[in-house]
Write a protein that binds this ligand. Structure first.
Ligand code: SAH
Length: 362
């Protein structure tokens, strides 16, 4: 057993099974052994590669989106651009570079905020952004951001926020937990918790025996904080993640280690733990603050924002090998059989502001 697994097993012996949300929290954020607190997850050397790490084009198109929305919102100054969960800081770096090319004065005036829960990743971000002429600030949570119009951006942040699972047995929904098997190994068990009935879909009472549903109040709370801030101080937000447009039944909790799926219980703290994001639930949270939610697939969005044209431009003066690499990166980001369909993008804006990239849908 690794050190964290032993500690989790001891905790379960003392206090009983952990909810999936508590298990995710320990695995990802334990100060001594947590995945985000101790590991270097990103890139070829790490466990998974995210869109901004695949290509600079991702951050460039996000910057163009942020600039368009800033203009559509009446070009407020001062303004803050806040990335939530910035990982290595690559997306913010690409956004600053692109914004400096579009409007150098604005790039100088923007307060760039990085909202990061992991002290270790905060240090990595400071390194990535060292030497940047932009104004950079770090915060632990959205509530600490300055009271200004904020343009939020987040890539693969909601999937890393813990969620809870419930299983339908004998006509009741009971919480799925992590407990101990007879031989002392971690195992999924039924816990005593029951879901808040108002969070269940209308047909939940007639769900099949053994159906599993995932509810993520902590994700809705993060969207609440974001949407509340936009509603009171102005701004907008754009979030990319893998997930589904409509809520559904099924277990999507997954562990990824060294670019392959791993057993969720086998190596706590050594693998990334995530689950599909329910975009309908996040849109509903934004709606409660009077904001409009716009959703598209990542592929449709990036192509509407000019991915093909950007790839063509970057490749024009490059050699054949580089051109091939750029085409490959664009394919990874947008092709339906790569990230294009699985990943979705959610923009939250004040009503009446039609953001680019969403085919005008409100
Ligand atoms: N956006 C980056 C990293 C994605 S991984 C990329 O695309 O490469 C998730 C990131 O969110 C990590 O930086 C992790 O430490 C951070 N994170 C997780 N929960 C968070 C929270 N509640 N608040 C702020 N950051 C969080």
């Amino acid at each position: 057993m690794n050190g964290l697994k032993e500690r989790i097993a001891a905790l379960i012996e003392q206090e009983g099974p952990l909810t999936i949300a508590d298990y995710m929290t320990v695995c990802l954020f334990d100060p001594a052994h947590g995945y985000y607190t101790t590991r270097e997850p990103f890139g070829v050397e790490g466990d998974f590669t995210t869109a901004p790490e695949i290509s600079q084009m991702f951050g460039e198109l996000v910057a163009i989106w942020l600039y368009s929305v800033w203009q559509a919102a009446g070009s407020p100054r001062p303004v803050c651009i806040a990335e939530i969960g910035p990982g290595r800081g690559t997306l913010t770096k690409d956004v600053i570079r692109t914004l400096s090319q579009i409007d150098a004065g604005l790039a100088r005036d923007v307060r760039f905020a990085l909202v990061e829960a992991s002290p270790r990743l905060t240090q990595v971000q400071k390194k990535t952004l060292a030497g940047s002429p932009a104004t950079l600030e770090w915060y632990r949570q959205v509530g600490d951001l300055p009271q200004l119009p904020v343009l939020f951006v987040g890539n693969e942040i909601f999937d890393a926020i813990p969620m809870r699972q419930f299983v339908h047995r004998d006509g009741r929904w009971r919480e799925r937990c992590v407990g101990l098997s007879g031989d002392g190994e971690l195992a999924f068990v039924q816990g005593p918790g029951e879901p808040d009935p108002s969070l269940l879909p209308a047909d939940a009472g007639s769900a099949e025996e053994g159906s599993l549903i995932e509810l993520a109040p902590a994700r809705s709370a993060l969207m609440d904080a974001v949407a509340g801030r936009i509603a009171s101080d102005g701004g907008a937000g754009i979030f990319f993640d893998y997930g589904h447009l409509q809520p559904g039944y099924g277990d999507t909790l997954q562990a990824v280690r060294r670019h392959a799926f791993d057993d969720v219980l086998a190596r706590p703290g050594e693998a990334d733990l995530t689950s599909h994001v329910d975009f309908a639930a996040l849109s509903a949270s934004a709606g409660q603050h009077g904001l409009a939610a716009h959703v598209a697939t990542q592929g449709d969005f990036l192509i509407a924002m000019g991915l093909r044209e950007r790839a063509g431009l970057l490749g024009r003066s490059a050699d054949a090998i580089t051109r091939e690499r750029i085409v490959g990166e664009a394919r990874r980001l947008a092709a339906p059989d790569e990230m294009g369909d699985l990943f979705k993008v959610l923009a939250v804006t004040p009503h009446g502001l039609v953001p680019p990239g969403f085919a005008g849908r409100d």
